[in-house]
Write a protein that binds this ligand. Structure first.
Ligand SMILES: NC(=O)c1ccc[n+]([C@@H]2O[C@H](COP(=O)([O-])OP(=O)(O)OC[C@H]3O[C@@H](n4cnc5c(N)ncnc54)[C@H](OP(=O)(O)O)[C@@H]3O)[C@@H](O)[C@H]2O)c1
Length: 334
C-alpha cells in the first residue's frame, strides 16, 4: 500500500511518535513525507486543515498529533485534553474523506479501555465498562476518533483504521515532570538524584503494579505494517506483549542511570491500576513483533535524554528543585 502511495502526511512530526514515524519511513526508503509544524498548521482549525489538505493532497494520513500528558496534565487541563484531541480527530478525518485520502491511520491509546478490563486487554473490551476517571477526558476524545474512523468507513467506504499503542518511550520523549509519563519521569528523577548526589530516591506506592512499554521505533514499524496489511472496522492493539513491575522497572532505570543511592517506597501513596497489558495477538498475526528489548530501548532513551537536556546549559524548564518536587507531587508510578 505504502509503496504505491504518492505522499504521506505525518501529523505531529516533532513529537515522540511522529518523529519515529518519519525516521522509520525514511529508513525504509519512503521519501515523499508531508509535515507541518503547529505554527504552520494548527490541527484544531478546521478551515486551515481543509485548505492544507486541498493544497497537498496526501494519499495517506497518519493521525499522530495530539495533546498528550500524564496524570497531572490530565487533571489540570481536562478541557484541552477533550477539546483539542476531539477537534484534531474531527478535522483530519473529515478532511481526509473530503480530499479522497486512500488510507488513514488514527492512533488512539491503551487509555481508551475500561479501568477494570480483563487482562491482557483485547480489542473487544472497548466501551465494555467505566473508564479510569483521571484520564477520561483524553480517553473520550480518543474513542471519538475511533468511532469517526468506523463511521466514515461504514457510510463512505473510507479505508480508515484505528490502532491502540501501549505506553511508548524512546528518543524525542518528554522529560518535563509536569507532562512526562512514568518511564521518562523515572529516568529524569534518577538522573537528577545522581547528579545531585542524593542519598535516596523516593517512589510512590509498593512498586507492585505492572506496566507494558514499547520502544517508539517498534511502534513506527507496526504502523507501517498496519497501513500495508490491515483494513478493518475493528481497532487493533500494538503492544510489547509482556509487562514488568514498577519495582523491576525502577531497578532497571537505577542501573542504566548508574545511581548508587537507595530507593525508598512510600506505600502510603496510591498504587494506581494494578495491571495494563494489551493483548497484541492481532498485530502479531500480521507478522509484526517488537525488536527492541526494554533494557536496550531504555539505554537509547537515556542517551537521548542526556543529549537533549543534561548537556544543555539552558535547561531552566528542568530546574532541579521544581522537577523533583513535581515528580513527588505527580507520583511517578501512575
Ligand atoms: N506517548 C505515549 O506513550 C503514547 C501511547 C499511546 C498512544 N499515543 C498516541 O500517539 C500520539 C502522539 O503522541 P506523542 O507521545 O508523540 O505526543 P507528543 O510527543 O506530545 O507529540 C504530539 C505532537 O502533536 C503536535 N500537536 C499537538 N497539538 C497540535 C495542534 N493543535 N496542531 C498541530 N500539531 C499539534 C505537537 O506539536 P508541538 O510540538 O507544537 O507541541 C507534537 O508534535 C497521540 O495521539 C497519543 O494518543 C502516545
Amino acid at each position: 500500500m505504502l509503496e504505491s502511495a504518492k505522499s504521506i502526511f505525518v501529523t505531529g512530526h516533532k513529537g515522540l511518535v511522529g518523529s519515529a514515524l518519519c525516521r522509520t519511513l525514511q529508513s525504509e526508503g519512503f521519501r515523499n513525507i508531508i509535515t507541518a509544524s503547529r505554527q504552520e498548521l494548527d490541527l484544531t482549525n478546521q478551515a486551515a486543515v481543509n485548505e492544507f489538505m486541498a493544497t497537498h493532497q496526501p494519499s495517506v494520513v497518519i493521525v499522530s498529533a495530539g495533546h498528550v500528558g500524564g496524570i497531572m496534565a490530565n487533571n489540570t487541563e481536562p478541557a484541552q485534553f477533550i477539546f483539542e484531541n476531539t477537534q484534531i480527530a474531527c478535522n483530519l478525518i473529515h478532511a481526509s474523506h473530503t480530499h479522497r485520502v486512500s488510507k488513514l491511520l488514527y492512533l488512539g491509546s491503551s487509555c481508551i479501555y475500561p479501568k477494570r478490563a480483563d487482562q491482557p486487554i483485547s480489542e473487544d473490551s472497548l466501551l465494555a465498562g467505566p473508564l479510569e476517571p483521571t484520564n477520561q477526558w483524553y480517553a473520550v476524545a480518543k474513542i471519538a476518533g475511533i468511532k469517526l474512523c468506523q463511521a466514515y468507513r461504514r457510510q463512505y467506504g473510507c479505508d480508515f483504521v484505528a490502532a491502540m499503542p501501549t505506553n511508548l518511550y524512546g528518543p524525542g520523549d518528554h522529560y518535563d515532570p509536569e507532562r512526562s509519563h512514568v518511564l521518562p519521569a523515572l529516568l529524569h528523577k534518577f538522573s537528577e538524584a545522581k547528579r545531585l548526589n542524593l542519598p535516596q530516591v523516593e517512589c510512590w506506592g509498593t512498586g507492585r503494579p505492572r506496566r507494558e512499554f514499547l520502544y517508539v521505533d517498534d511502534l513506527a514499524s507496526a504502523c507501517i505494517e498496519v497501513l500495508n496489511r490491515y483494513s478493518d472496522d475493528d481497532i487493533i492493539n500494538i503492544g510489547y506483549g509482556s509487562d514488568i513491575s514498577i519495582l523491576e522497572l525502577t531497578s532497571m532505570v537505577q542501573e542504566i542511570v548508574g545511581y548508587q543511592g537507595e530507593i525508598v517506597w512510600d506505600s502510603s501513596k496510591p498504587d494506581g491500576t494494578y495491571r495494563k497489558l494489551l493483548n497484541s495477538t492481532k498485530i502479531q498475526s500480521l507478522g509484526w513483533s517488537p525488536k527492541t528489548e526494554l533494557r536496550e530501548g531504555m539505554r537509547h532513551a537515556y542517551a537521548d535524554y542526556l543529549d537533549r537536556f543534561r548537556r544543555s546549559t539552558d535547561n531552566a524548564k528542568l530546574s532541579t528543585d521544581s522537577a523533583l518536587a513535581a515528580n513527588d507531587r505527580q507520583g511517578i508510578i501512575a
